[in-house]
Design a protein around this ligand. Sequence first.
Ligand code: AKG
Ligand code: FE2
Length: 434
Amino acid sequence: MSSTATLTGIHDPSSPEYKKARRRYLKTTRNRDSHVDSEWTLFRAAEKKYKTRFPPPDLSNVLDLAALDESRVNEIGLGGWMGRRDATEWKEISPGRKAYVLPRIPGLVVLPSTVSHQEQRDLIQWSLRDHARNPNETNLDTHYIVPQDGIWNAFIRSQQPDGEDEMIHPQASSSSPPESCEALQPGPRKLISNDPASPDNFQTIATSPKVPAPPSNTVSPAPASALVHKLRWANIGWSYHWGSKQYDFSKEKVEVDPTLRGLCRRIVKSIEWTDVFRGGEATEADWGPEGPDWMHWKETYDPDAGIVNFYQTKDTLMAHVDRSEVCATSPLVSISLGNAAIFLIGGLTRDTEPTAILLRSGDVVIMSGPACRRAYHGVPRILENTLPTHLEVKEENDSEWRFYADYMQTSRINVNVRQVFPMGFNPHLHDARK
Ligand SMILES: O=C(O)CCC(=O)C(=O)O
Ligand SMILES: [Fe+2]
């Protein structure tokens, strides 16, 4: 934090919020063993640091590129959370384009302020109202009989003057044997190790059975207004099977929304890829037998899968590598909306010290190339009270946006878009050849 910034809320030791957080911290850590950290990997240590509720973590090692942008001065002070523009080494590529690469992680491109205020609102509405619904699977579907038009629309109906809060019923009958419901729990997702997908094992992946997760019979009927806060993810494009961490190619691919597809393609086209990979550390071998293909991305990049992540302020996403895509190098485009977050990205194992990046609403990250696509990454913290003012209600008569603004007060949405197959790989032909 710069010396001129005034401490507020949780950051100010004389404030009621600070005292309350301190009391809660002392209560919950009373019996905790404080000598376990020698076992932690460097990634785990960083996760712990940024997850800590009290005292609030120091963000002076967190790269905050919004600080380069004068039009974002009000936004970067929100909630008292501020990183630093010089926390790690970066280079601007294609001057004037606001695209940055980090020499420590070849293939990572950070694009702050890329999505306009209006596009941010549109994407938030799209995520909740249009996307998190049939035919796109969400985490709620395994356990609840969610209406076809999704949990958000059921919630909105319940908020109408004569509307009733709709009860959403469990999938399981109470006579089924008990099953836990990990997908509905707050906090980190369970880790499942899987072999990285590749053209060589595509056939095995495509033909291995994908057993649907059993519904929990410990969940009770819940009103739509409560369940909307338990939405965690919604699938995009090819169906993803969480149990095996593989795509289920036996299910029909849902078309990627044309607006989202267009936005991601425009972003990938706007990058001078020569500037990203010129002089990089990755060798020819890292790119696989066909060699580097970044020189074709402007023409060939076309997303066909992904996930929309919905985070409440207490949620985290543990260190992981996204290795289910058959192509291990093509750009993954990740769009941040709502409250800001700490994004950690390290190396090929959890033993590499991760770089911390503050991602704010409208910022985009591209993960591309073999080093970056196989790098461990995660989100240990959503930063409370960082919803930018352009996502709040502006006019009293902004009646529809009111619901989104309310939900977003304590939320972050991440739209994470991927391309499953490498250039020229036709899954159907591939199938026939075997
Ligand atoms: O929320 C984010 O910024 C990252 C999400 C992510 O890594 C994923 O969906 O695989
Ligand atoms: Fe990821």
